[in-house]
Unconditional design. Structure first.
Length: 303
């Protein structure tokens, strides 16, 4: 139930206890980091609330009146309890700040997060970080459900209940095996791409969502055809390199494979497949503690 308006606030009660302990309003004001006039005003307000003087001012200092001594005895219990509450809150904050659960889509988890984690280990070695990898829809749900303190997605769609901010950018590339006819040509038309069944990630993948959205805008009558659906980028790369088919993957995911010559990325004319990778958190909130630190590291690494 609500407290009576006659109950003094903790600051006034704590100040009263300090005056009685130190025997001086001036010294108590110094300990509390306030001016003596402010301390006098706080004591007068306390006396107005309780309806009786609580201190006697003498040339030697200040001492409690009988009523003030009684109020001080009660106040001691209240202030001590407040101290315990403060200590408990600090313990909860310390526990919160020592652990961070992160949800990230596969591209971020595999190709960006390790670098962020290395920096986090240098700046906050006491924080234990647990990473859950999934597609963008799964990441968004983990953040909404409170299972992750922050998420990182690659999907272009907005998720209700979440706020987001771009932390990195990449580009989707069409990739084929070196022996594929497109590899020898070095380029492909978007009509040819639209007519090809692709090796794709599962529905909900940010990479798949963006690609299908872009190609649908470019070729309005296009209907997606999936030759093979795999749940990991690594599995898709292996299948493409083996000549099973064609896929569209993040430039971050295939950079090493292209450099090694195990995959080839033919150009696609007039098709913008650039995209933004974003951090997400619940709407109306801001990342705090280790989540805020990781978010700052992600932002800085992209600059």
């Amino acid at each position: 139930m609500p407290l009576s308006p006659r109950v003094p606030d903790l600051a006034a009660l704590d100040l009263l206890l300090s005056v009685i302990e130190l025997g001086s309003l001036g010294r108590a004001a110094q300990v509390h980091g306030i001016s003596q006039p402010s301390a006098s005003s706080r004591i007068r307000y306390l006396e107005k609330l309780v309806g009786t003087p609580v201190l006697e001012r003498t040339t030697l200092g200040s001492r409690p009146t009988p009523a003030g001594a009684l109020i001080a005895a009660w106040a001691r219990q209240v202030v001590d309890a407040a101290g315990q509450l403060d200590a408990g809150i600090d313990a909860l904050r310390a526990e919160r700040d020592s652990r961070l659960r992160v949800a990230a889509s596969q591209t971020v988890a595999e190709y960006l997060f390790p670098g962020w984690l290395m920096t986090m280990r240098l700046t906050a070695p006491e924080v234990t970080i647990a990473l859950e990898s999934g597609n963008s829809v799964e990441v968004a749900q983990a953040v909404l459900d409170g299972k992750a303190g922050i998420g990182f997605i690659e999907s272009p769609q907005a998720f209700r209940g979440l706020e987001s901010h771009v932390v990195a950018r990449d580009r989707l590339l069409v990739v084929v095996a070196p022996q594929h006819r497109w590899a020898r040509r070095g380029s492909v038309t978007r009509a040819e791409l639209a007519a090809t069944a692709l090796i794709q990630r599962e529905p909900g993948s940010g990479t798949r969502t963006l690609f299908e959205r872009v190609l649908t805008r470019a070729v309005p009558d296009w209907q997606p055809t999936v030759a093979l659906e795999l749940s990991s980028t690594t599995a898709i790369k292996t299948a493409v390199a083996a000549g099973v088919g064609v896929s569209v993957l993040s430039s971050l995911a295939v950079a090493a494979d292209i450099a090694a010559g195990t995959l080839v990325a033919p150009e696609v004319a007039d098709l913008d497949l650039s995209r933004s990778l974003r951090a997400v958190w619940p709407k109306g909130q801001r990342p705090t503690g280790p989540a805020r630190d990781l978010y700052a590291i992600a932002l800085k690494s992209a600059s």
